[in-house]
Design a protein around this ligand. Structure first.
Ligand code: ADE
Ligand code: ZN
Length: 349
């Protein structure tokens, strides 16, 4: 492993912003800023139950995952046309590029849109075109992961997969999100088995609010390659050993965990514990428009609150590339850029 050169504490915050990184846990509907929600509502002639952008932002006070999801699905209801999905993803990718995100694997929730009469090709084509344009214009790499909503049935997930079948060349994998408690992963074992046969990568939210048993189930019943969140793993020593030994990545989202009251405060976040146990943890934004910051804000705030080190910074960025579904050639290129950034900061310090 690269010997991380010393970087002074004041420069660490700058380095966190400057270092190249991958974002592996971003719900594109969670990047819809209130301003864009209002603009799309107006463009599509849809009513909103909020008088202003400020009034909508004021409603963003959450006590748990469900209290957030209710507002998040309402916000997503302004998306109707391919151009709406394009504009949303293009805005996120421009913002991510500013945070030196070299590669993003973007979640989307087709069932939310299908339920409102929006065709799945409208969703996927808009998002995919935004990824292609962002690569050409900003040099950022981006791919798509279709998430099944776990509060809906297995039949609904199969139906969604069926509709997505002609478009599978535009996605790299599938995930599982929405209300976790009461919806254990094994409900979707057959759907995930089918997705595996189709050659798709597999990830699932587990251990955000739910118990370690849900993480075991995501690993052993769904056979996922990454766990989204996974912070509840610390309550199960055998699970921690399994995650470390198999280098199963966790896509951790510190500001999301803070805003949804998973931890009493950011200072109580267990990211350091996960890293110290040798897990392949990464830092991500989840739903940045709702949780107070994009990926760099997640890095700088969790480092400031928990006293993580330059070595942790390097490890987290390195992990993000290792955990991605990008090619080995791209991973080596980004790791090289990462080293160069650390060396430059050490020399200038
Ligand atoms: N959908 C969007 N954000 C989510 C989260 N943090 N957990 C589960 N489902 C989600
Ligand atoms: Zn999430």
């Amino acid at each position: 492993m690269f010997k991380v050169p010393p970087v002074s504490a004041p420069r660490l915050q700058e380095l966190l912003r400057a270092m190249p990184k991958a974002e592996l846990h971003i719900h594109i509907e969670g990047s819809l800023e209130p301003e864009l929600i209002f603009a799309l509502a107006q463009r599509n002639d849809l009513p909103l139950p909020y008088a202003s952008v400020e009034a909508l932002r004021q409603a963003y006070a959450f006590s748990n995952l469900q209290s957030f999801l209710d507002i998040y699905y309402a916000g997503a209801s302004v998306l109707l046309h391919e151009q709406d999905f394009y504009d949303m993803a293009r805005a996120y990718l421009a913002r991510a590029a500013m945070d030196n995100v070299a590669h993003a694997e973007i979640f989307f929730d087709p069932q939310t849109h299908i339920a409102r009469g929006v065709a799945i090709e409208t969703v996927i084509n808009g998002l995919h075109r935004a990824c292609a344009d962002a690569r050409a214009e900003l040099g950022i790499s981006a791919t798509l992961i279709l998430c099944f909503l776990r509060h809906l049935s297995e039949a609904s997930a199969f139906e969604t997969l069926e509709q997505a079948q002609p478009l599978l060349d535009k996605i790299v994998g599938v995930g599982l999100d929405s209300s976790e408690l009461g919806h254990p992963p094994e409900k979707f074992a057959r759907v995930f088995a089918r997705c595996r046969e189709l050659g798709l990568h597999l990830v699932a939210h587990a251990g955000e609010e739910g118990p370690p048993a849900y993480i075991w189930s995501a690993l052993d019943m769904l056979k996922v390659e990454r766990i989204d969140h996974g912070v509840q793993a610390v309550h199960d020593a055998a699970l921690m050993r399994r995650l470390a030994q198999d280098r199963i990545p966790l896509t951790v989202c510190p500001l999301s965990n803070q805003k949804l009251c998973v931890f009493p405060s950011l200072a109580d976040h267990n990211l350091r514990q996960l890293l110290d146990a040798g897990l392949c943890a990464t830092v991500n934004s989840d739903d940045p428009a709702y949780f107070g910051g994009y990926i760099n804000e997640n890095f700088t705030q969790v480092f400031a609150a928990t006293g993580l080190t330059p070595r942790n910074a390097y490890q987290l960025a390195f992990n993000s590339f290792e955990a991605s579904f990008a090619s080995n050639a791209d991973k080596r290129m980004w790791e090289h850029r990462l080293k160069e950034t650390f060396e430059r900061f050490a020399e200038q310090d």
